[in-house]
Ligand binder design. Structure first.
Ligand code: SAH
Length: 351
């Protein structure tokens, strides 16, 4: 039994089943035994590979997009350059290097990483010069905010609801015959109208993050680019997207508490609403492949290949993996948050 599993058994015995959000938070972020607290899960030797780990092109193009917005907003001479959940630090390393080609950008940028894991903070320190760390967006200094988040929102705890026999019920984790098991707890309150069997997922902390970023951007300027797997609106019947990945394979989300990555698909429509409620504008939701193509990934790949001909195959494979609809190109999507009186960041203009 993992330490987290033992803890869950004790807690459930004492106070009853826990919500999925409580389960996810405990497994991922327990201060001693949590998944992210205890390891660097990224890369071939870990559990999953993310876009910035596939190619430098991903971070470079997003960094250049932020630098362009910075210029369009009058090149503010002090601003916060931030990332949520930077993992190994690779994305920010590539993004800030590319963005620093805009004269004045590097000198004006104050680098902030929103990261709770001590192990990952140490990884980030290896790749980034003198970053500042914060536990949450509220701890960032006030000022224009230019922010990236890749595969951050999928890691935040969700609550999940099922409409069964005309009643909304919440997914909970309890214990059955000595083992962790999923169950449904009937809710006293009605929720939205939906077809029988419908599933809805909500991510309260994700909405809070989106709102906090949006408030900074509405008040002080800047822009945020959020990339993740997800959907704009739930289909009427909804889908159960709660999942676990370990060593590059899907596993039962209850089978390895604290030693498997737990995620859910991101409900981008809910993030956009939370951002708009704080007075910011939001872009259309765009497929990752389309965004990277609009930002010029083809030309970037060609130029990289010219300077490293022996790497041609690697570069072509990375380009395909990041943009092709059968790979990450359409499962992953991007949303931008920006001031209401500014145009959307490059690549996010309406088609
Ligand atoms: N963005 C990186 C890593 C994604 S993994 C990449 O694309 O490679 C998720 C990251 O979010 C990890 O760095 C993890 O430690 C961090 N994280 C998860 N939940 C968090 C929370 N509530 N607050 C801050 N960071 C969190």
């Amino acid at each position: 039994m993992t330490p987290i599993e033992a803890l869950l058994h004790r807690q459930i015995e004492a106070t009853g089943p826990v919500t999925l959000a409580e389960y996810m938070a405990l497994c991922l972020s327990h201060p001693e035994h949590g998944y992210y607290t205890t390891r660097d899960p990224l890369g071939k030797a870990g559990d999953f590979v993310t876009a910035p780990e596939i190619s430098q092109m991903f971070g470079e193009l997003l960094g250049l997009a932020l630098a362009q917005v910075w210029g369009e907003q009058g090149s503010p001479n002090a601003f916060v350059l931030a990332e949520l959940g930077p993992g190994s630090g690779q994305l920010m390393s590539d993004a800030s290097r590319a963005a620093s080609r805009a004269p004045g950008f590097a000198d004006a940028a104050q680098l902030w990483l929103v990261e709770t894991s001590p192990v990952l903070r140490a990884e980030q320190a290896k790749r980034l010069p003198q970053p500042n760390w914060a536990d949450t967006v509220d701890d960032l200094p006030e000022g224009p905010l230019f922010l990236l988040a890749n595969e951050f929102f999928d890691a935040l705890p969700i609550r999940q609801y099922h409409l069964q026999n005309d009643r909304w019920r919440e997914t909970v984790v309890g214990v059955e015959e000595g083992k962790l098991a999923l169950g449904l707890k009937t809710l006293p309150e009605a929720m939205e109208e939906a077809p029988e069997g419908a599933i809805r997922e909500r991510c309260p902390s994700g909405e809070a993050f989106a709102g906090a970023i949006a408030k900074r951007i509405a008040d002080h300027g800047g822009a945020a680019i959020i990339v993740d797997y997800g959907y704009e609106r739930p289909i009427p019947e909804g889908a159960d997207t709660f999942q676990a990945v370990r060593e590059h394979a899907y596993v039962d989300p209850l089978s390895h508490p604290g030693t498997a990555d737990l995620t859910a698909h991101v409900h981008f429509g809910a993030l956009a609403s939370a951002a708009q409620d704080m007075g910011a504008a939001t872009s259309q939701l765009i497929a990752q492949g389309d965004l990277l193509n609009r930002l010029g990934i083809g030309a970037r790949a060609a130029s990289l290949a010219r300077s490293a001909l022996d790497q041609l195959d690697v570069i072509e494979a990375a380009l395909k993996r990041l943009t092709h609809p059968d790979e990450m190109g359409s499962l992953f999507k991007a949303l931008a948050i920006y001031p209401v009186d500014a145009p959307p960041p490059p690549g996010f203009e309406d088609a």
